[in-house]
Each structure stands twice: as structure tokens, then as C-alpha cells.
Write a protein that binds this ligand. Structure first.
Ligand code: SF4
Ligand code: SF4
Length: 126
């Protein structure tokens, strides 16, 4: 089908929606299933923010990824990120990993236009 009838691909629509995006602080992106990978520099920064040594931090809050090449944050029992508070805030907001800062700008989650409150609203404006 030609684009002349105004059909956009999902990615085109996503890019358009991003122009209207505003985080609504719903916390859903910290709740849905997934892995939050962290670099060594991020581990240093998070440990310092929490007043822990790097080994205390890695022991309490991280695990090895399945590939055993990266560290990733652990989860609460319900699968949400270990640093998501009951108020749906990030406990390490000032030093949160690049992966977290990158959503939804640099990467996308399937159906994020339904699951992310900010994208849901922005999507309607496209
Ligand atoms: S580190 Fe913070 S922003 Fe990243 S998933 Fe965990 S709670 Fe969310
Ligand atoms: S899911 Fe979207 S609106 Fe909700 S906290 Fe994450 S980025 Fe913000």
C-alpha cells in the first residue's frame, strides 16, 4: 500500500508522538518485565548515591545477566525494579542508568503507546 493515503509505520508514528511526549510519572516503565543493565561506571555512581561500597551495592541490588557479561538490577517480588518506591518514584533518580534515561527517546517497548501513560497521551495527538 502506498504512503500517499497517509498510512504511517509504527516507527514514524512513534517519532511523531515523541514530539508531544511528557513523562506522567506513572512508573509503568519500571514495572513491566525486562532487564535493566548497568555499566561499571553506573554501579560506582549508584553505590555512592546509596552510601554503599560497590561490592555491597552489587551484592544487594544486582545480578549477572544471562550472558554473564553484564550486571543488571534485581526486582521486587512483583517483577518491578528494585529501586521503584511504593510512590512509583525512582529511588536512584539522580544516577539512574542510561537505559532508563533513554526511554522512550532511544528505545521502545512493544505496545509502549498503551503501557506508558505519557506515550498513550502523545500517541493520540498524532
Ligand atoms: S532504576 Fe529507576 S528508572 Fe530505572 S527501572 Fe529502576 S526505578 Fe525505574
Ligand atoms: S511509563 Fe512513560 S509516563 Fe510512565 S513513568 Fe515511564 S516514561 Fe514516564
Amino acid at each position: 500500500m502506498s504512503r500517499s493515503n497517509n498510512k504511517m509505520t509504527r516507527e514514524e508514528r512513534r517519532q511523531k508522538a515523541l514530539k508531544h511526549f511528557e513523562c506522567r510519572r506513572c512508573g509503568n516503565c519500571c514495572t513491566w518485565p525486562g532487564r535493566v543493565r548497568i555499566t561499571a561506571e553506573e554501579a560506582d555512581a549508584i553505590a555512592a548515591e546509596l552510601g554503599l561500597t560497590v561490592s555491597e551495592f552489587t551484592e544487594c541490588y544486582t545480578r549477572l545477566s544471562a550472558s554473564r557479561r553484564d550486571l543488571e538490577l534485581t526486582d521486587h517480588d512483583d517483577g518491578s525494579c528494585i529501586f521503584l518506591t511504593e510512590e512509583k518514584l525512582c529511588r536512584i533518580h539522580n544516577v539512574k542508568p542510561e537505559q532508563c534515561r533513554g526511554f522512550p527517546w532511544k528505545w521502545d517497548y512493544p505496545r509502549s503507546e498503551e503501557l506508558c501513560e505519557g506515550m498513550r497521551i502523545a500517541w493520540k495527538k498524532t
